[in-house]
Every structure is written in structure tokens, then in C-alpha cells.
Design a protein around this ligand. Structure first.
Ligand code: ADP
Length: 461
């Protein structure tokens, strides 16, 4: 641009000088030859001056414009906020200032947009739901980490890829296609088979795009919700069954009494005795169910405090002595030999009592006459523990990990005979966990069972 302007000015100036020379030549022919050298010299000087003037003029007018065009190029290349020098005449200076203001605003707006984009990205990354945005051609525009985790792909590599190449999960594509085909948001759930089987809920909402609409796909892992729902349904079914059994016995006995058994003193005593036993079972069942629902709903508030473990165990053993004696069972307490001083647990006294009672009660229930029950305890720097060991029937390997499930009994018939509800160990596990402890079981069929409870030690928390 500079050179174009310069040559234009130069041409103009040379033309003007040429014209002046021609005029002089026409008007003073006689003195032409005398003057010709002087005029040539003068013309030479004027041409030199003209070249200089043209250069200065071109520079003055073209300089700011060149700088402006250079600035615009830098801006277009992404150098937002680029400033140019404010020089030249008033118009040029104004133009430069406007350019600089525009450039500054562009940089500010870009930073705000960038910040908003980062914020959105952070929100989407932190979501527990997987989020994928696709355009009308099923090309991935965005995918967060969770989506990658749930559908097993790398979200960083997924952008600009076809959705079908990102995940091969057929059920997922079926839902996406259905969602893309309708203007209303579409929701569907399906199971993902495999070693880590999951249940996913997928929501597809279309958004308008150029031509075919794209969609936002939200993927939610509902495996745990499903499991909880199934457990709740199982619980209701089991609870109804458990409640129905003693009620049926009570009802039939009462009917027998009404039908005349009440007249026979021996039969009456037997029927009434069974009614009383089943009523006790019902009461136990309801008490355990209420305990469990209280623990699971979180409405049971524990008040952990230092509890002397030895004292609590002695009290528990005393509470169960008569029942153990009735079965000629030997009950032994074994204090730790390697701990000096009191072993103090950080526990809720009532919850701890319930845990111990349940374990000792089971040991008595599932140990044949003449057996032995040993309760030992000990401590490490941070924890205390106690074990209830019996020489009873034991638990088969296949059942040992399931005994903490609600209503689970190894031997349904014997369990009922022994007056069990199938809820005791479930309550134990929940209470121990609520006190930040652990319960473990070790058992050998025909040899015996040991339950070991570990709790935080008072003063170590
Ligand atoms: P229950 O009221 O039936 O005893 P629990 O939840 O306390 O319910 O125990 C679940 C099942 O675990 C019992 O039915 C029994 O089969 C088994 N079990 C628990 N403790 C022992 C034990 N000490 N010895 C053998 N089996 C046991």
C-alpha cells in the first residue's frame, strides 16, 4: 500500500514539474539554450524534492493505515487485545483509538466466554450423571468423564468421533435413535451385561441444530437404586411371610380351643403354651424389624462414649447364664493377657449390649448340649475387639457370607425351631458399622463358629 501511494504521489509531482518545464520552454525560446542547463539543474532539484515530498506524504498517509491493517491481521489470527500506535492526523488517531477499544472489548468478551466455558465444563465434569452432546450427524460434540466411565470410553478421544465408534452398546444406541426421532425428551432403562453388570437410565433431549437436530444424552447409573428397590420388595415379601407363620399357628390353636380343646385341661395347656410361644416370636420379630428399620432409616441416634469392654462382656455372660445352663453349655470369659489396664471401647452402650446379646444368643442357639462358648477380648493401639466362639453346628462355606443378610437362615426349619428371626446378624452388622467398627465370621461345619467384632478404642479417635 505504501509503495502504491508513494508512486502515485511521485507521478503527480513529476507531471507537475514536467508541465512547468514545458511552459518555460515555450515562452523563452531565445534564451532556451542559455537557460537550458540552469532549468535542467532546477528540474533535477525539483524532482529530488518531489521524490522526498512524495515519500514523506505517502508515509504520513499510508503509515497508520498499514499499521491498522497489520493490527486487524493479528486480531484475526487470535491475538485478541492487540493494540496499535495512535499516530497520524486526527482521523487516523480516532481510527486507531476505535480499533484499540474494539480490540480490548473483544479480548474481554473472549475471556468472559472462556471463563463461562470452563465453569460449564467443570460443572459437567463434576456431575454424577454422564453427559454426551451429539450433532445431527451423531458426531460427539462433548462428553464428560462420567459418561466415559459408564459407557467405557475415553471422553477426551471421543470429541468429533461418530457415536457408534465411541461405544458399541447396542441398547444405548437404540435409546439415542428413539430420542432423536421424537421432539419430546425420551427416557429408557436397560441392563448392561458383563462382569460389572449395571442398570442404566438414559434420557435423550433433542436440541435444534443446523439441519438435523442434535441431542443431549444424560446417562444415570441406577444399579444401586434398583438393588435397594429389589431389597425393599424382598424385605416386604419376607416380612409378610415371617409374620404370617406364627399368626397362622396362633389362629389354628385358638380355633382348636374354641372347637372344644379348651374343655380338656391337658390339651388346653398345650395349645395355650404354643400360642404364647408364637406370640413371643411375633413380638421378637416385630422388635427386630423395628430395630432394623430404625437403624437403616438413620433415625437411630447413637451416643458413643467410653465403655469398659470386660465389664460389658461379664454382664452379657451373666444375662445368658441360665439359658446356657439349661443346655449344659460351658461359658468362659477370656480377658487379654497382653493388655495392662482397662480395655475401653468407644461405643454406644445400648448398641454394644445388643450386639453382644445377639452373638452370645446365637452361640447358645446353634451349639448342641454340652458344648462350650468362649468370649475373649483384646486391644491394639487404636482398636478393641471381642470374639464369641462356640463349638456348635458351624456354617457351610456357601452360606457364611450371607448370614448378615436380612431373614437369611442357613437351615430354615431348625432356625424356626430355635426361635430365630433371621434378623439378628443383620442388626449386629448395622450397629457395628454405625459405631465405625467391623464384624467378621469364621466357621467350620461341625466344629464351631467364631464371630469377631472390632471397634474404635476410646481415647484413640
Ligand atoms: P437368627 O435369628 O436366625 O439367629 P441371625 O441373623 O442371628 O438370625 O442369624 C442368621 C443365620 O446365621 C442363622 O439362622 C443361622 O443359620 C446362622 N448362624 C448365626 N449364628 C450362628 C452360630 N453361632 N453358629 C451357627 N450358625 C449361626
Amino acid at each position: 500500500m505504501f509503495w502504491r501511494l508513494f508512486l502515485t504521489y511521485l507521478l503527480l509531482v513529476v507531471a507537475a514539474v514536467g508541465l512547468v518545464g514545458l511552459l518555460i520552454f515555450q515562452r523563452a525560446e531565445d534564451v532556451f539554450f542559455d537557460l537550458v542547463r540552469d532549468v535542467a539543474a532546477a528540474v533535477g532539484l525539483v524532482v529530488l524534492a518531489a521524490v522526498g515530498a512524495a515519500f514523506v506524504l505517502a508515509r504520513r498517509f499510508a503509515g497508520p493505515l498499514i499499521e491498522l491493517s497489520e493490527g486487524a491481521r493479528k486480531l484475526a489470527e487470535g491475538d485478541l487485545g492487540h493494540k496499535i500506535r495512535v499516530t497520524g492526523g486526527t482521523e487516523h488517531a480516532e481510527l486507531a483509538e476505535t480499533f484499540n477499544t474494539m480490540s480490548g472489548r473483544l479480548a474481554d468478551t473472549f475471556h468472559i466466554l472462556e471463563h463461562d466455558r470452563e465453569q460449564l465444563r467443570a460443572i459437567l465434569s463434576g456431575m454424577v450423571e454422564g453427559v454426551i452432546a451429539i450433532d445431527g450427524k451423531r458426531r460427539v460434540l462433548f462428553a464428560n468423564e462420567r459418561a466415559g466411565h459408564l459407557l467405557e470410553f475415553d471422553p477426551k478421544k471421543a470429541v468429533n468421533e461418530q457415536l457408534i465408534d465411541v461405544t458399541r452398546l447396542a441398547a444405548f444406541h437404540t435409546v439415542v435413535e428413539k430420542g432423536l426421532a421424537t421432539a419430546e425428551p425420551h427416557r429408557e432403562e436397560f441392563d448392561v451385561p458383563g462382569p460389572a453388570a449395571r442398570h442404566l437410565a438414559v434420557y435423550v433431549s433433542r436440541f435444534p441444530g443446523h439441519g438435523t437436530p442434535g441431542a443431549v444424552v444424560v446417562v444415570h447409573d441406577t444399579t444401586e437404586v434398583r438393588l435397594a428397590e429389589r431389597m425393599r420388595q424382598d424385605f416386604v415379601a419376607n416380612a409378610s411371610h415371617e409374620l404370617k407363620t406364627p399368626l397362622a399357628v396362633i389362629k389354628s390353636n385358638v380355633e382348636a380351643l374354641i372347637d372344644g380343646a379348651a374343655e380338656d385341661p391337658d390339651a388346653r395347656a398345650a395349645f395355650l403354651d404354643q400360642v404364647a410361644r408364637e406370640a413371643d416370636r411375633l413380638a421378637d420379630l416385630i422388635k427386630d424389624m423395628l430395630s432394623l428399620s430404625k437403624i437403616e432409616s438413620g433415625s437411630l441416634t447413637l451416643a458413643p462414649q467410653p465403655v469398659a469392654l470386660g465389664r460389658a462382656i461379664t454382664d452379657c455372660v451373666e444375662r445368658h447364664h441360665s439359658r446356657a445352663d439349661a443346655k449344659t453349655l460351658t461359658m468362659v470369659e477370656k480377658p487379654p493377657s497382653d493388655v495392662t489396664g482397662e480395655v475401653t471401647a468407644w461405643a454406644d452402650p445400648d448398641a454394644l449390649r445388643q450386639v453382644m446379646d445377639n452373638l452370645v444368643d446365637n452361640a447358645i442357639k446353634y451349639t448342641p448340649n454340652g458344648g462350650r462358648i468362649t468370649v475373649r477380648w483384646g486391644a491394639t493401639a487404636d482398636t478393641v475387639s471381642f470374639e464369641v466362639e462356640d463349638t456348635g453346628v458351624g456354617i457351610p462355606d456357601a452360606d457364611v457370607n450371607r448370614v448378615f443378610e436380612r431373614f437369611y437362615r442357613v437351615d430354615k426349619a431348625r432356625g424356626r425351631e430355635a426361635g430365630s428371626t433371621g434378623l439378628g446378624l443383620s442388626i449386629v452388622k448395622h450397629l457395628v458399622q454405625a459405631m465405625r467398627g467391623q464384624v467378621r465370621v469364621n466357621s467350620k461345619v461341625g466344629k464351631g463358629t467364631t464371630f469377631r467384632v472390632t471397634l474404635p478404642r476410646a481415647g484413640s479417635a
